[in-house]
Ligand binder design. Structure first.
Ligand code: MN
Length: 298
C-alpha cells in the first residue's frame, strides 16, 4: 500500500504546549522504519506549517474559540493534503498534534467520497460547541463541527456545511462527556460505545456491533480518528487530558484490527501524544507499537 505520513504540529486546539513536538519526536524514535518494514511504499510529506500566534491574539474570535483563525487555516491545508493523498491512492496517516486536526483530515476525506463514516476512538466526545465548551479549547469541538454543530467558521472549514451525517459517527472508549455533549448525543442519536459498555459487553461485542451498523447503513468509507487518551493512563500517560479507566493495549489492538479488517478505513489520525508529559518515552514507544501494528494490518 502507498502511505503518506502527514505531521501536524498543532497545539492551539488543546492550548497546551508539548503535543506539537510529537511528529518529529516519533520520527526520531524510528517511525518511518516501523511502517516501511511491512512493505508499504511510505512517503513522509513533512509537517504542515502552523502559524505563530501571539498569546494576545488567543481570544480574538471569542473566549470560547481560542486560536480560531490559526486552527481553521491549518485544517484547511490539512484537508487539501488529505484529499490529494486519497486522489493519489495513498492512505494518509496524520500524526498530531492535538485533536482539532480531526476537523481537517475528515473534511478532506469527505471531499473524496460521496459517503463516509467516522470512528472516533477517544476518552472524550469532542462534540462541544462555543456554548457548551467548558474550556474554549477547539480540540473538544472538532467532531461536533464535522456534524455541522457550533461556530460557523469551524463548520465551514474547507467546504461549507456539515461533512458527516451524525448517524455515521461512532464514538468509542468514551468516558468523559460534558453536559452539552450528552444532550447532543441524545438529540442526534449518535452511537456511543462508552468504557462502561465495553467493560460490560467486551470490546469484541463493540467491534462486531459497529461492523453490523456499517453494513446496515451501507457505509463504504471510514475515517478512523485515534486519540491516545482512549488508552488507559497506565498504558499511555503522555497525553494532555488523561482520564482513568481507559482501554488496555490488548483491547485497543483488537478493536483497531477489527476495524481495519473491514477494509473500509481510508485514512487515520493519531493525535494528542505529548512527549513533554511522557514518562521515559513510555507513550512514545506505545504510539510506535500502535503504528507498527496498524501498518502490519493495512
Ligand atoms: Mn480527542
Amino acid at each position: 500500500m502507498k502511505i503518506n505520513i502527514i505531521g501536524v504540529p498543532l497545539h492551539y486546539g488543546c492550548d497546551r504546549l508539548g503535543v506539537e513536538k510529537a511528529p518529529n519526536h516519533l520520527r526520531k524514535l524510528g517511525l518511518l522504519n516501523r511502517i516501511r518494514k511491512h512493505g508499504h511504499k511510505t512517503y513522509d510529506i513533512g509537517n504542515l506549517y502552523v502559524p505563530d500566534v501571539p498569546e494576545s491574539d488567543k481570544f480574538k474570535k471569542g473566549y470560547n474559540l481560542k486560536y480560531l483563525d490559526a486552527i481553521v487555516e491549518v485544517n484547511n491545508n490539512l484537508a487539501e493534503i488529505v484529499y490529494d493523498s486519497l486522489q493519489g491512492d495513498a492512505f494518509p496517516i496524520i500524526i498530531g498534534g492535538d485533536h482539532a486536526l480531526g476537523l481537517g483530515s475528515a473534511s478532506g476525506v469527505g471531499m473524496s467520497f460521496d459517503d463516509f463514516g467516522i470512528i472516533w476512538l477517544d476518552a472524550h466526545g469532542d462534540i462541544n460547541t462555543t456554548e457548551t465548551s467548558p474550556s474554549g479549547n477547539i480540540h473538544g469541538m472538532a467532531l461536533g463541527a464535522l456534524m455541522g454543530k457550533g461556530d460557523k467558521e469551524l463548520v465551514d472549514t474547507y467546504s461549507p456545511g456539515n461533512k458527516v451525517n451524525p448517524e455515521n459517527v461512532f464514538l468509542v472508549g468514551t468516558r468523559s462527556l460534558d453536559e452539552g455533549e450528552k444532550r447532543f448525543v441524545e438529540e442526534e442519536n449518535i452511537s456511543v460505545y462508552s468504557m462502561a459498555l465495553i467493560k460490560e459487553q467486551g470490546i469484541k461485542f463493540v467491534a462486531d456491533d459497529i461492523i453490523k451498523k456499517l453494513r446496515e447503513r451501507r457505509i463504504r468509507n471510514i475515517h478512523f480518528s485515534i486519540d491516545v487518551d482512549s488508552l488507559d493512563p497506565s498504558v499511555a500517560p503522555g497525553t494532555g487530558t488523561r482520564v482513568d479507566d481507559g482501554l488496555s493495549l490488548d483491547q485497543f489492538k483488537l478493536f483497531v484490527e477489527s476495524m481495519l479488517a473491514t477494509h473500509l478505513v481510508k485514512s487515520l489520525d493519531l493525535v494528542e501524544y505529548n512527549p513533554d508529559l511522557d514518562i521515559e518515552n513510555q507513550t512514545g514507544e506505545v504510539v510506535l507499537d500502535i503504528l507498527d501494528f496498524i501498518s502490519e494490518k493495512l
